[in-house]
Ligand binder design. Sequence first.
Ligand code: ZN
Ligand code: ZN
Length: 351
Amino acid sequence: MFTYRGNIHIHTLYSDGTGTIAEVAAHAAAAGLSYIIVTDHETLAGLPEEGIHDGVVVLVGAELNMESHHYLALGLEQIIPGNVDNPQEMVDRVHRAGALGFIAHPFEKGSPYIDGGKCFPWTRFPDSGFTGLEIWNYSSHWRGRATSVLRTLYWFFFNRRAAMDRPPPEGLALWDRYTDSGLRVTAIGSSDAHATRVGPGPLAVEVFPYRFLFRAINTHLCFKEKMSGDFSTAKEQIYSALEEGRCYLSFDQLHPGEGFSFTAAAGDGPIRAIMGEELTMGEDLRLTVTSPTQRSEIRLIKNGRLLQRRSGTELICPVAEPGVYRAEVYYRPLLGKPRPWIYANPIYIRS
Ligand SMILES: [Zn+2]
Ligand SMILES: [Zn+2]
């Protein structure tokens, strides 16, 4: 298996970001990313610039809707209008166009100190037709946590990691409810990078530059073959991993997420399924979660509930019955409590 670290949900000068696609790609290359997905608001203006830049596969989708119900549509050839009042209709149109769709920052809270408290949550969730949802959006989560000026300044200047405490629990619960109902739903982590410039002219400073966010919350894709050097093949590989949920998100600032895996096998036999995949219940089936560092607390979740927890680099669990199994890893720092770090898409074991 091959894994590729990349960043999803990025704004450029084509909407309210501050970098060109070429500049953003250069920052992604410096951060060691394999792919990025640009999603400017309601435009595909960047589409002609899709390609391989500085060794990074650059894909261009769009973020639909402005007032609420933001939706990442990936793989569109033409822009599709949003629909704030009936998001299911927009979701279905994106689906019919053959594109992937991700519910963006579903429970966004905003901050009384930023943009007058503006926020863009979802209130009418789709029943079907979408690919997945963002369970951890760096920029949106930061704003929701900025409810005290002093604490926010402390986080910003002295301890940024502390603000990214965990993915919003409402988002995790929504994901579990969807998968419990029989859907396959891909969870992703994202930056929602804008590199907003604050202050007058030459004195302006960039708040959360691209180069910072590309080392924060990333989505790692799992491929069975190496990523192709041919752009259109690589694009297909990336979108099919996202569509099937062969991916996990990692708060890479805590510790790089490379080397994580979540697989199912019968006894000591070959791997029968990896994260995102479906499998029929069979004899002697077991799940294995592997973490890249000893400083890990691995958790196996079944149908939204904690099933098993173990410290170290490996958790092996026999499967007693069908269910939706997913894995989380908490990073154990030298001091303090274990910190939420990696969230993997489920292995769906059906009867
Ligand atoms: Zn948004
Ligand atoms: Zn956005």
